[in-house]
Design a protein around this ligand. Structure first.
Ligand code: MN
Length: 230
């Protein structure tokens, strides 16, 4: 299981022999109004909420193996934020300084298992935290100010656009999210933040090819969906 993500530069793309080593994956639920609505929630009245994926969920480009226990695996396209400083109860200004880079990732979700867990009042882990459930692009190094250089992120399934979103449409901004997280747990170097998904989540089946890109971002994320490990 890979435990590090190669780094590149936002400007020219390449940065050799450098890696971001995630120690923890922290995800935000419902951070785009259009997705909250498609899931049947009112986006105006919710504080951000968080969940974790185990580090064994981390994966790179390549093959994605469908979990055998789910019949409905969805893609969720998300902006990633890499963190290289930490602390508890950060101010928004301190939170801004914790940003080390950005990426694009997919919060792969067993929607049927998640629905059953919600209905039973049980945890989500098997819906969100299975092996390989967090495929990620390389990390492009940058500060919070470099976020302005990034634009619309797009997910294509078999060549057709299925999700598009822009970080400016987040309900909670990147610094606000980091600040909020630090109220609950100490933010720390190696935290990798999944910042929520825009509308258009949907199912994948064996044989599908997913490709995630983002304006201003030098790398893409390509994922071949398969039933069996190869
Ligand atoms: Mn998500």
């Amino acid at each position: 299981m890979p435990t590090q993500l190669p780094c590149c530069r936002l400007s020219d793309g390449e940065l050799l022999n450098d890696y971001f080593r995630p120690v923890r994956i922290i995800c935000i639920g419902r951070n785009y109004a259009d997705h909250a609505k498609e899931m049947g929630h009112d986006p105006a009245r919710e504080a951000p909420f968080f969940f974790f994926k185990p580090i064994t969920a981390l994966a790179r480009d390549g093959a994605f193996v469908l979990p055998s226990y789910s019949q409905e695996v969805h893609h969720e396209l998300e902006l990633l934020v890499a963190v290289d400083q930490g602390g508890r109860n950060l101010t928004e200004q301190q939170a801004r300084q914790c940003v080390a880079g950005f990426g694009i990732g997919l919060d792969m979700t067993c929607r049927d298992i998640q629905r059953q867990a919600k209905e039973a009042g049980r945890p989500w882990e098997l819906a969100k935290g299975f092996d390989g459930s967090a495929p990620c692009s390389p990390i492009a190094q940058g500060t919070i100010n470099d976020l302005a250089r990034l634009g619309t992120m797009t997910l294509r399934k078999n060549g057709a656009i299925v999700q598009q979103g822009h970080w400016r449409d987040m309900i909670w901004s990147v610094p606000e999210l980091l600040q909020r997280i630090s109220r609950y747990v100490a933010l720390q170097p190696g935290d990798l933040i999944f910042t929520g998904t825009p509308a258009g989540v949907g199912p994948v089946v064996a044989g599908d090819l997913l490709e995630a890109t983002m304006e201003g971002f030098p790398k893409s994320l390509r994922l071949q969906i398969t039933k069996d490990s190869i």
